[in-house]
Structure formats: structure tokens, C-alpha cells
Design a protein around this ligand. Structure first.
Ligand code: HEM
Ligand code: HEM
Length: 434
């Protein structure tokens, strides 16, 4: 029988080649430009594959019980062929995945790709980011060393500040009042079962939605250009990005070992006991605000704000352009400077002035330490945004962009302060005094 596909195009038959199965046959040449996407979505996908692969290998030897977990990780490192390498790869790739997913979210945001018809892709993305954080967090406990035990103790204690459901959800997650063998078992099952399954399912849906929206976003001006074949144009580029990422990851894993401290000791808490680095901004916020504001109001506002972002009424159509316009770029620079400066000033004022609860004894703590500083922070932000609007005549999309930049820089400064500048009793110190 005659082949209905000429030999030359055999590899581009639908279904013939797996790589083509997950790509459209043709793409806009503009989407091949590296600095449109920086290949970040593809990198995140590759890192997830690496996590699943190395995770499944680790699972052959890892034992999820407080008596054996620590020794099994040490034994993976010392007794297994390529055990240390697999462990290192899993550790560094997890951190890289969190960074890359976050940067991918920023790239999507700054090119305006969160709007319809990509709104569902955006929302699925937020759930994916939360799942990536949760896989990092559940994995953190598994080595069962002093670092992981106390970081999980500190982080899960934050949950109890959530009204009504806080204590119950904390106990459900821990399988009791504190971190025990039940917690390790819960975390292990979440980490190696439910969370990866959810990630894979949602990632597939994420990909399908991207294709349904007609591929990656491009500016209106280049929409009419003729299409080019995905193979080899797109696939070859992805291959190069994948190889470079793999090379970097391998180099890091050869040079740096995944840190492991002494075995967990539930009766000896290190001082300071810090949460994992990605939650340090929250722990720092807790020093300055009433827990209800630090653990509920701020995070919930950010999560709801990002979920409902695509539904804000925006009139401009500057899609696919980084920072949306030149004014967007300029106001963005001001916003990042303001976010950095205001946060540093706020931390210093909060450290140097006496505690609001002692100055205002007549007020309940939630007012003195919560509502009052919250109103001050929000009003400062609001006044700054008014100034930015007047100075650059920014539109609504650029306004939202500046607000996000302020939030991201503030959280970064809070995290850096918590990680590098907090010593014993969480007092402010210089990093070299640690
Ligand atoms: C998005 C996916 C994943 C992330 C972000 C992730 C993250 C982590 C992290 C941060 C650790 C602690 C490693 C250390 O610092 O020493 C860890 C440990 C572990 N993970 Fe994962 N993981 C993922 C997927 C998986 C999967 C799919 C499996 C298996 C089915 C798995 C199995 C394990 C095991 C057995 C350990 C304990 C051994 C060790 O500490 O190396 N992980 N994971
Ligand atoms: C596990 C994490 C994720 C994976 C594997 C992933 C994968 C991808 C890939 C491969 C693309 C197309 C190429 C590119 O833009 O680089 C993409 C696009 C997209 N992603 Fe993600 N993504 C993840 C997380 C997120 C997050 C956290 C968000 C936002 C909150 C998001 C929102 C989007 C949107 C809206 C698009 C379409 C962009 C456009 O059309 O230009 N994704 N994603």
C-alpha cells in the first residue's frame, strides 16, 4: 500500500512522533523568540519529570518511619551506586523548580498573558504553583533531620492562627498535636502519591488549554505572519534549552551536596528555629503583625487577587509585550525601588519603636498590632500608587503591574531579612554574626 505521507514529512505525521503530539504542527515564528518566554514553562515541565524519576528511585530505599528515615537517607548517600547523585538531583531540582515556576508566572504576568482566553490556564497555573510549594514542603520533612523537623514544626504552627479551621487542619495534617510518625507517614503519602498525581493531571490540562488558546501569546502586530513547522523549529530549540538546564542541574548536584544535619531531636529545639526559606517571608511578617494579618489577611489577599486577576476589566490590548509599554517599564522600576525601600523602613521602624501593644494598652492586640499597622501599610502603598499614576499616567494594567512588583519586592526583602538577618530569638543581626 502506498504511504499516504511522503517520506520527508513522516516525522510530522500526527501521532507519529510523541513530541509532535504535545505540540501544534505549526507555530507563529514570533513564539520561537527566546526572550518572549525564556523557555520557563518547558523547563518547569522537565524539572517535574526529573523529580518524578529521581523520586521514584529514592523511594526504593527510603523508609518513612522516624526510626529509619534519617538512616535510610544517609544510606542512600553512602551505600547506593549514584545514590548521593540521585538525592542531590532531587534536592536541587526541587528548589530550581520552585524558582522557575515562579519566574514563569512573572513572565506570563508581565506579558499580559493572564487575560481571556488564557484565564483558565492562569488559574490552573496558580494551583500548580501552590502544589509545587506543597511538594517542596512535604519533601522537606522526609530526611527527618533537625533542620527538617523544626522547620515543619514552625511552619505548621502558623496554621493554628487561621480562625475556625486552623487547629483542625493542623491536627489533620500532623496526624496529632505535634510532628510524630503519623506526620511523617502523612507527608510521605502526600509527597509521593497525591501531590505528584495532581501535578501531572493539572499540567496536562494546562498544556491542553495553552493549545486551545492558540499557543503562546504574541503581540497583535505579528499575529498575521505566516506559520512555521514546530518540527524542527520549536522542538530543536526546546531540546537545547532542556540540555542546558540538565547540564546546569548536573553541575550543581556534582559540586554541592544536599544539606543534611544531625538526626531530628524532638526535645531539643535549635535557636533560632526557622521555616523553610520560601516561608521565611511569612515568618518575618509574623514578627511585625498580629498573626491573623500575617498568616490569613496578607496571603489570602494575594491568592484571591491573583486568581481573580483575569476578571478585572482592562481596556488596553498590549498583549505579548514585556511590561506592556514604556511607561509600564518606567513605573515598574519606581515600584520595585519603593517596595524595597518601604519594606526596609517598615522593618526598622517596627524594630526600633516600642511594641504597639505596650503603647496602646487600651486596644486589643488585633487592633494595636493588626488593624493599625495594616492601615498604615496600605495607605502608604495607596499614596505611592497615586503618585505613580500622576507621574506616568499609567493605565489600569500598568497599575496592577506596579502593585504586583511592590508585593514581590516586599516579600523578597522580608524573606532575605528572615533568612540572613535574624539570629538567636529572631533578633536582627548581621549575617556574619550568625
Ligand atoms: C514536584 C515534585 C517534587 C518535589 C518538588 C520534591 C521535593 C522534595 C524535597 C525538597 C525533598 C527533600 C530532599 C532533601 O532536601 O534531602 C524530597 C525528598 C524525597 N522525595 Fe521528593 N519531590 C517531588 C516529587 C517526588 C516524587 C514524585 C517522589 C516519589 C514518588 C518523591 C520521593 C521523595 C523521597 C523518597 C524523598 C526522601 C529522600 C530524600 O530526602 O532524598 N518526590 N522531595
Ligand atoms: C508546574 C508548573 C508549570 C508548568 C510545567 C507550566 C508549563 C507551561 C508551558 C510549557 C507553557 C508554554 C510555554 C511558556 O510559556 O514557557 C505555559 C504557558 C502558560 N502558563 Fe504555565 N506552567 C506552570 C505553572 C504556571 C503558573 C504558576 C502560571 C501562572 C500563575 C502559569 C500560567 C501560564 C499561562 C497563562 C500560560 C500561557 C502563556 C501564553 O500564552 O503566553 N503556568 N506553561
Amino acid at each position: 500500500m502506498m504511504d499516504e505521507y511522503p517520506e520527508k514529512t513522516k516525522s510530522s505525521r500526527p501521532g507519529y512522533n510523541f513530541l509532535l503530539h504535545i505540540h501544534p504542527r505549526k507555530v507563529r515564528p514570533e513564539t520561537l523568540r527566546f526572550n518572549l518566554t525564556f523557555g520557563l514553562g518547558g523547563m518547569a515541565a522537565l524539572l517535574i519529570v526529573i523529580q518524578v524519576f529521581t523520586g521514584l528511585l529514592l523511594k526504593f530505599h527510603y523508609i518513612p518511619s522516624p526510626e529509619n528515615a534519617y538512616n535510610s537517607v544517609i544510606s542512600i548517600n553512602e551505600n547506593l551506586l549514584f545514590g548521593k547523585m540521585t538525592h542531590n538531583l532531587h534536592h536541587w531540582s526541587a528548589i530550581l523548580l520552585l524558582w522557575i515556576t515562579f519566574l514563569h508566572m512573572l513572565r506570563v504576568f508581565f506579558t499580559g498573558a493572564y487575560r481571556k482566553p488564557r484565564h483558565i490556564t492562569w488559574i490552573i497555573g496558580i494551583v500548580l504553583l501552590i502544589l509545587v510549594v506543597l511538594s517542596n514542603f512535604t519533601g522537606y520533612l522526609l530526611p527527618w533531620d533537625q533542620l527538617s523537623y523544626w522547620a515543619v514544626t514552625i511552619s505548621t504552627s502558623l496554621l493554628q492562627y487561621i480562625p475556625l479551621i486552623g487547629t483542625a487542619s493542623r491536627e489533620a495534617l500532623l496526624g496529632g498535636q505535634e510532628v510524630t510518625s503519623a506526620t511523617l507517614s502523612n507527608f510521605f503519602n502526600l509527597h509521593t502519591g497525591i501531590i505528584p498525581l495532581l501535578i501531572i493531571a493539572l499540567m496536562s490540562y494546562h498544556f491542553w488549554r495553552i493549545r486551545k488558546a492558540g499557543g503562546v501569546i504574541v503581540p497583535e502586530s505579528v499575529k498575521e505572519t505566516s506559520l512555521v513547522d514546530s518540527y524542527p523549529n520549536l522542538v530543536a530549540r526546546e531540546f537545547v534549552v532542556g540540555l542546558v538546564l540538565l547540564a546546569v542541574l548536573l553541575a550543581i548536584s556534582v559540586i554541592f551536596d544536599a544539606p543534611i544535619r544531625e538526626r531530628a531531636n524532638p526535645s531539643f529545639s535549635p535557636n533560632p528555629a526557622k521555616a523553610p526559606w520560601y516561608f521565611m517571608g511569612l515568618q518575618e511578617l509574623l514578627i511585625h503583625f498580629h498573626p491573623f494579618f500575617a498568616v490569613v489577611v496578607f496571603p489570602l489577599t494575594i491568592i484571591l487577587g491573583t486568581v481573580f486577576l483575569p476578571y478585572f476589566r482592562l481596556t488596553d490590548s498590549n498583549h505579548g509585550i514585556w511590561f506592556l509599554s514604556e511607561t509600564g517599564r518606567q513605573s515598574g522600576k519606581y515600584a520595585s525601588a519603593a517596595g524595597t525601600l518601604f519594606t526596609i523602613i517598615f522593618i526598622l521602624i517596627s524594630e526600633l519603636l516600642p511594641d504597639p501593644e505596650t503603647v496602646l494598652p487600651a486596644f486589643p492586640s488585633i487592633v494595636a498590632n493588626g488593624i493599625i499597622p495594616f492601615v498604615i501599610v496600605i495607605s502608604t502603598g495607596f499614596l505611592f500608587m497615586k503618585y505613580l499614576q500622576r507621574r506616568f499616567l499609567i493605565n489600569r494594567s500598568e497599575y496592577i503591574q506596579a502593585v504586583l512588583i511592590i508585593m514581590v519586592t516586599s516579600y523578597s526583602i522580608l524573606s532575605i531579612t528572615g533568612i540572613l538577618f535574624r539570629g538567636e530569638g529572631m533578633a536582627l543581626i548581621w549575617p556574619w554574626q550568625m
